[in-house]
Design a protein around this ligand. Structure first.
Ligand SMILES: *Cc1c(COP(=O)(O)O)cnc(C)c1O
Length: 372
């Protein structure tokens, strides 16, 4: 059993994907081939925003957004305490201060109540200026953008949606990566929409920011690459990756639908024995991960061992809260509370989740859990 089965996906669509790759090789347009622009148009249309700017990976995408907003020294950027390192890593990289925020115990996403408390704390107790909320669509479910938008408006801060895991998710009819003032995603192979290497994209409706993003991603270009008007990065999506993504986008919605079926089956059978993920009414997850919680670390360790013996791969996303990562030693605010994140880090476990998980595989996982 695979944790995420990229092999089967490739075998199913091999003819089309191979042809797409071959056409890039035939044209030898490895950088800025026509597929890149076509992909940007398709992705913008898919998400329902005006601009899509592709880049080298999801981490660069986040950094580019902060650069376009000129975020730096003295600025506070609010980041959920329970996420992949990148969501916070980019903040000190541009010279700003990450301030971590506890999460909601049901959705695993940033807690609007904690967010407001932390913003007030920063205003009252520090010299920092609140500037940006990084809202992460963790495990595939969009963050609570209705409440986050109200808080953002109240305090005059911008929303950066980190949709690396949420691409394909929705609230009502509105797609993930349309909720931020700027939104980003990653095409790392194991993400909901993955390419065959690294890739990322930035989305916005704002023309000025889109222009800045296009400049920053190519050495701060002005009129062209050899006219440099600001310090930027070298962050492009390869033509090969764009060609793969154009093919994979065609069956992406179908895959997300299949993941939703798998998730519903897991929930139906596991809800009575474990804490299962909660998807809010009107929210639609792209199921980057299906993550359950045990009562404690010991029970989790026991389950991991048994599942492993039975050939079932699992993963712990994430074992360490952001505020406990050594790299963030300088950004710990002792007064702030992270008890929900700490509890979930000590008890969560992600199960095999992908569109090609068979009924037999599902049964096997569920039966083992029942025995445990
Ligand atoms: C994967 C991920 C990223 C970074 O994406 P890369 O393409 O690997 O740089 C950022 N944020 C979250 C939440 C992620 O899961």
């Amino acid at each position: 059993m695979e944790f995420r089965d990229l092999k089967q996906q490739y075998q199913l669509h091999k003819v089309q994907i191979d042809a797409a790759i071959q056409s890039v090789l035939d044209n030898v347009e490895f950088i800025n081939g026509s597929q890149v622009e076509r992909l940007e148009e398709k992705l913008a249309e898919y998400v329902g925003v005006k601009h899509c700017i592709t880049c080298a990976n999801g981490t660069d995408a986040l950094q580019l957004a902060l650069m376009a907003w000129n975020i730096g020294k003295g600025d506070a950027v609010f980041v959920p305490d329970f996420t992949f390192f990148s969501s916070g890593e980019v903040v000190p990289l541009v010279g700003a201060t990450p301030v971590f925020v506890d999460i909601d115990k049901n959705t695993y996403n940033i807690s609007p109540q904690s967010l407001e408390n932390v913003i007030q704390y920063v205003i009252e107790k520090t010299d920092l200026t609140p500037k940006v909320i990084v809202a992460v669509d963790l495990f595939g479910q969009p963050a609570d953008y209705v409440q986050i938008r109200q808080i953002a408006d109240k305090y005059g801060v911008l929303i950066l949606e980190d949709g690396a895991q949420g691409f394909g998710g929705k609230i009502g009819g509105k797609k993930a990566c349309s909720f931020g003032d700027i939104s980003t995603t990653s095409f790392f192979p194991a993400k909901p929409l993955g390419c065959y290497g690294d890739g990322g994209a930035v989305f916005t409706n704002n023309d000025e920011w889109a222009g800045l993003l296009r400049s920053y991603k190519v050495h701060g270009k002005g009129a062209d690459k050899y006219d440099n008007v600001r310090i930027g990065m070298n962050s492009r999506l390869d033509t090969l990756q764009a060609a793969v993504l154009l093919e994979k986008l065609k069956f992406f919605d179908d895959e997300i639908e299949k993941c939703n079926w798998v998730a519903a089956e897991y929930t139906k059978f596991l809800a009575e024995i474990l804490k299962v993920p909660v998807i809010k009414a009107d929210f639609y997850s792209s199921w980057a991960q299906y993550t359950v919680c045990f009562r404690n670390d010991m029970e989790r360790g026991h389950a991991i061992n048994i599942l492993k013996e039975m050939g079932i791969p699992t993963a712990v996303y994430y074992r360490k809260p952001m505020h406990m990562q050594g790299a963030f030693n300088g950004y710990v605010f002792e007064e702030l509370d992270y008890s929900v994140t700490e509890k979930i880090c000590g008890s969560c476990l992600s199960l095999p989740m992908h569109p090609y998980l068979s009924v037999d595989d599902l049964k096997k996982v569920i039966d083992i859990f029942r025995k445990i």
